[in-house]
Design a protein around this ligand. Structure first.
Ligand SMILES: Nc1ncnc2c1ncn2[C@@H]1O[C@H](COP(=O)(O)OP(=O)(O)OP(=O)(O)O)[C@@H](O)[C@H]1O
Length: 343
């Protein structure tokens, strides 16, 4: 089956269930300094050609989840339980050196950061940084690298792509730097692309263009995309499926339609209700309180102190992520009762 992409090109689509799973994270727990468990029991998967959005308030564990997958947890951070499989290969216990040796990040996993200055080296030209990624695909000749580099910069919509190869990052605008970073992330032909709040640092007018670009390339290149965001507008425009995170756990997963139109978990419902609708007189249902810090996680369900539907058992019994009677996957002791309340 073919479907038009945002730029008019045809994109081959197959039923998502038949595509190979690119990334499977199961029951992953992450600690810092061996004690502070900042993520526990994170379970997500994403198939080739599919875009999964991770959404949740600040501190819910979205960034830690993707940093754990990419091996960028930094000092003191480690995956202490669970599994992370890239194309079926277990990578959760690889050392940094082994990850580098297998060229996981930069070859098999591409990463787009919120701030391009984190990914672009100020002392090398865009062309030099692109060449590094292109060499991982086997290209080596100078002319060949230049031609392919120009092609990538054209692909991401940089004006004067050939001249842009010789520019340093500071000679580009913010939006252009983001486009160059996307080209570098994709030039090594990764199977999985991770984008952590890729447009938050950009002007509002540029944000939609960069998001459209990421979505178009994800579809054209049949990439698995994990997109971190706190914006349901971005989810609706970009994702096929959604994982909602709270307190370092996934609390609900589903298709975009299920999560946005028929949210089941009280946290997802509260998050959606806290979005201003734009209608005059509409009430903004702010979610009281904030995500608890890892050092002071409540017992039982982590959301119970803020949950409008909590019952006494929620204070003591920890729910697991599982399908309820109607097949919706959520972490809630009242999953079957609350399921139908929202239509
Ligand atoms: N380097 C670190 N050392 C210790 N704790 C950390 C570290 N990085 C993150 N945390 C903690 O892990 C938890 C999850 O943080 P994370 O950054 O993943 O949240 P997030 O959902 O991505 O939030 P935001 O949208 O603000 O980026 C928070 O309690 C945070 O304080």
């Amino acid at each position: 089956m073919t479907a038009p992409s945002p730029n008019g090109a045809s994109v081959t689509t197959t039923s998502s269930a038949t595509r190979p799973v690119a990334l499977a994270v199961e029951g992953m727990a992450v600690t810092y300094s061996g004690i502070l468990e900042v993520c526990s029991d994170v379970t997500i998967d994403v198939r080739r050609g599919e875009a999964l959005a991770l959404i949740g308030e600040s501190g819910s564990g979205k960034s830690v989840t993707v940093l754990a997958v990419t091996g960028l947890l930094g000092r003191g951070g480690a995956i202490v339980r669970g599994s992370v499989k890239l194309d079926g290969e277990e990578i959760s216990q690889l050392s940094e050196r082994e990850r580098r040796g297998r060229k996981l990040l930069g070859k098999r996993i591409g990463m787009i950061f919120q701030n391009p200055s984190r990914a672009l080296d100020p002392v090398f030209t865009i062309g030099q940084q692109l060449n590094e990624a292109l060499r991982l695909t086997g290209l080596s000749g100078k002319a060949e690298l230049r031609a392919k580099g120009t092609e990538w910069l054209r692909h991401v919509g940089l004006p004067d792509p050939e001249e842009a190869l010789d520019r340093y990052p500071h000679q580009l605008s913010g939006g252009q730097r983001q486009r160059a970073m996307i080209a570098i992330a994709l030039a090594s032909e990764p199977e999985l692309l991770i984008a952590d709040e890729p447009t938050t640092a950009l002007d509002v007018t540029i944000q939609a263009q960069v998001l459209n670009l990421i979505r178009r390339l994800q579809r054209e290149l049949n990439l698995a995309l994990v997109l971190v965001t706190h914006d349901f507008g971005v989810v609706a425009a970009m994702a096929d499926r959604v994982a909602v995170m709270y307190g370092g756990q996934v609390v609900e997963t589903g298709t975009v339609d299920e999560i946005i139109r028929r949210p089941r978990h009280p946290y997802t419902q509260a998050l959606l209700a806290s979005i201003p609708t734009g209608h005059a007189g509409a009430r903004i249902e702010a979610l009281a309180g904030s995500v608890p810090h890892a050092a002071s996680m409540p017992s039982g369900c982590r959301f119970h102190p803020r949950c409008p539907s909590a019952i006494p058992t929620c204070q003591t019994r920890e729910p697991i992520l599982e399908p309820n009677r109607e097949g919706r996957v959520m972490r809630c002791l009242r999953a079957d009762e609350l399921g139908h309340q929202n239509g």
